[in-house]
Write a protein that binds this ligand. Sequence first.
Ligand code: FAD
Length: 274
Amino acid sequence: MIPAPFEYEVAESVEHAAELLGSNPDAKLLAGGHSLLPAMRLRIARPELLVDIGRLSDLSYIREDGDRIAIGALTRHHDVQFSDLLKEQCALLPYTAAFVGDPQVRHRGTIGGSVAHGDPASDMPSALLALDAEFVVHGPDGERTVPGSDFFVSVFETALGPQEVLTEIRVPKTGSSGYAYQKFYRRAQDWATVGVAAVRIDGGVNVGLTSMGATPLRAAAVEDALRSGADPAAAAEHAAEGTSPPTDTNGTAEYRQAVAKVLVRRALEELLAC
Ligand code: FAD
C-alpha cells in the first residue's frame, strides 16, 4: 500500500530534530526506516511530518566510556554485529545483532530505532534489558538518562517523550564470554516467536525475554533460582513466571510459555559452555 501523505524534513543536529518534533504533534523521527516505513505503508502509522535523523553521522559510534561501552543510537545492527570492541567487552550484543532480520535489514536498521520502536518481538531490547543498559535521551529540557527497567512501557510505547531523541545506549563491560541468545522462529529471518538473552554479570546471570509480554521482560524468577543454586534445567522451569505472552499466528500464549522454558535452559547451558 502507499503511505498517507506526509511532509519531510532533514534534521541537521539532535537539537534541530527535537525542534522539528516540537513543530508538529504528529511528527516522527526516521532513522533506518525499517520499522516505521512498513508501518506507514500499512497505514498503521500516519505521521504528518517525518524528521530524518539518518544523516546525523555523529550518532553512529561504539566507544569505551569509563567502565561502560557507549553506542550511538544511529549505529546500524551490522556495525554492532561486527564490532571488535563489543566482541571483546560485551559480546552478547554482537551475537544478538546477528539474529536481526537479514543482512539488508542489519545494514539499514539502527539499534536506537529498534529500542525506540518498543516492539516486544525485537531482539536487541531484551539483550539490552539483560545487560541493565542505560538510555540517554535528548529533549527540550536537556539530557536525561533512563535505566532499562524504566524505558519499555508497553507495546510500541517507551519512556521517550514526543519531543525526545534517543542519542546513546550505555552497556556494562561483561567481557567476551558468558553470554547466549536463543531465538525460536518458524522461518529463517522471521521475528522471534520467543527469544532469550542470557549474560553473566556482576557474579550472577541476567536473563531477558523477547515476545513474552507487552515489553521485553527480565526472567526474574529464573535469576532468583540461579542465585539460590538451581542448575539450568531447574531454573528454566521458572521461565514462564511473570510473563503474559501474546496469542497470534506464531503460537498461543501457552505454547510460548512452554517454548520459553526450553529456550531458557538452552541459553543457560550455552552461556555456561562459552
Ligand atoms: P525506524 O523504522 O526509522 O524507526 C522506528 C521507530 O523508532 C519510529 O517510531 C521512529 O520515530 C523511532 N526512532 C528511531 N530512531 C529514534 C531515535 N534515535 N530516538 C527516538 N525515536 C527514534 N528486528 C528484530 O529485532 N528482529 C528481526 O528479526 C527483524 N526482522 C526484520 C525483518 C524485516 C524484513 C524488516 C523490514 C525489519 C526487521 N526488523 C527486525 C526490524 C529492524 O531491526 C528495524 O531496523 C528496527 O526495529 C528499527 O530500526 P530503524 O532504524 O529502522 O528505525
